[in-house]
Ligand binder design. Structure first.
Ligand code: AMP
Ligand code: MG
Length: 357
């Protein structure tokens, strides 16, 4: 028996060398963006299928461009005192969006739809609305939906918007909530090695099959074919928000000869695209929901307020890390990301510093 054991171990080793782990992969389009999942493990094929089904299911509930989604039902009945029936998933999303509004001091606002429409983002029919038009829409973004439910797990939930003309747009939180829910799908399929990309929200489940960390890259917001930095990610989510992801020029919207850029993250105080001095914000945390909310909110708040949040994050706020790229080509990286952080922005004129508490 003693002699057999080393032989058995060698055999097992050989077997594992002979069969390098093969990933199961899927790419699909949902929530208005490209989604990709890579998973390893004996149940990876089923897991990847379940991930795609779950995302499509949530997209059908939350899309504001599909008339039959639960979000569209709430929007349709804004101001007419009819409450829409909600699945627990949608009720939870709305509760989380309301919490995000509160915790971000209103920088994250789930009611930006009328303003997104005014800029033409919803139908890719871009225009530059007048200041008066934007000012007249701002009151629609103030009163959050009224949520009703029977129990903390959101059974028999309903929601209504108090004023006609109000509309929900959950584009800044839906992918984060979806990723958070998908963690149960990975766990349920015993997956300990996977990478999930819901648009710019990347979640690393465990490590690569060989035990080394997954690596992620942040794009250079001014040269999006190039990387600004690369760093390891294990059991955490990384999400980037930036004006460069969706924008148009005034000239494209019919203002001849005007190269002014207008992007898709709106400052709820003004109705104009946020001008906080940041070109992109990357948030890294172990909570995919928080990551998505804070990347949008910190982009609106600007570097000073974002770093202030970060410095208090093991007190009043959950723990997270930041990579802030300023309009002046400076990059702030919080200390939790320092280890094995590979900065590649020098050749494009960027400088960077590690921020410590
Ligand atoms: P993200 O890419 O996660 O930063 O989300 C950007 C999307 O969130 C936009 O395309 C809008 O759908 C929506 N949005 C725009 N401005 C805000 C805001 N201030 N708060 C919350 N969501 C917003
Ligand atoms: Mg977001």
């Amino acid at each position: 028996m003693r002699r057999l054991l080393p032989c058995l171990c060698t055999l097992l080793l050989l077997a594992s060398c002979a069969q390098p782990a093969k990933p199961e992969e899927a790419q699909f389009f949902a929530m208005d963006t490209v989604m990709a999942v890579t998973a390893y493990g004996s149940r990876a094929a089923d897991c990847v299928t379940a991930v795609e089904q779950q995302v499509n299911h949530l997209d059908a509930l939350w899309s504001r461009t599909r008339a039959d989604s639960e979000i569209s039902q709430i929007n349709l009945h804004a101001g007419d005192a009819t409450a829409a029936d909600l699945s627990p998933e949608t009720a939870r999303l709305l509760q989380n969006a309301a919490d995000a509004y509160e915790h971000s001091g209103g920088a994250f606002n789930p009611l930006m739809a009328p303003i997104m429409d005014a800029w033409g983002f919803t139908k890719d029919a871009y225009r530059v609305p007048s200041r008066e038009e934007l000012t007249s829409l701002l009151p629609l973004t103030v009163d959050l939906p009224v949520l009703g439910y029977d129990s903390p797990d959101f059974t028999h939930a309903t929601a209504s918007l108090p004023h006609s003309g109000q509309e929900l747009d959950l584009g800044g939180i839906a992918k984060g909530q979806a990723a958070a829910m998908l963690m149960d799908v990975f766990r349920g399929h015993d997956i300990t090695s996977a990478l999930l990309a819901l648009g710019g929200n990347i979640t690393a489940v465990g490590t690569k099959p060989d035990g080394s960390p997954w690596t992620v890259a942040v794009k250079d917001p001014r040269n999006t074919d190039e990387y600004l930095c690369v760093f390891p990610l294990t059991d955490r989510t990384c999400a980037t928000s930036g004006g460069y992801e969706r924008f148009f020029t005034a000239a494209e919207a019919g203002v001849e000869g005007d190269a002014t850029l207008y992007h898709h993250i709106i400052d709820p105080q003004t109705g104009y695209p946020a001008e906080s001095g940041l070109a992109s914000v990357t948030v890294v945390s172990d909570d995919p929901l928080l990551t998505d909310i804070y990347s949008t909110a910190c982009y609106v708040m600007g570097a000073e307020a974002a770093l202030d949040r970060w410095s208090r994050s093991d007190g009043d706020f959950a723990e997270f890390d930041l990579i802030l790229v300023t309009d002046e080509n400076h990059v702030y990286v919080t200390e939790g990301l320092e280890q094995n952080f590979d900065f590649r922005g020098e050749q494009n004129g960027y400088t960077y510093e590690i921020i410590r508490r």
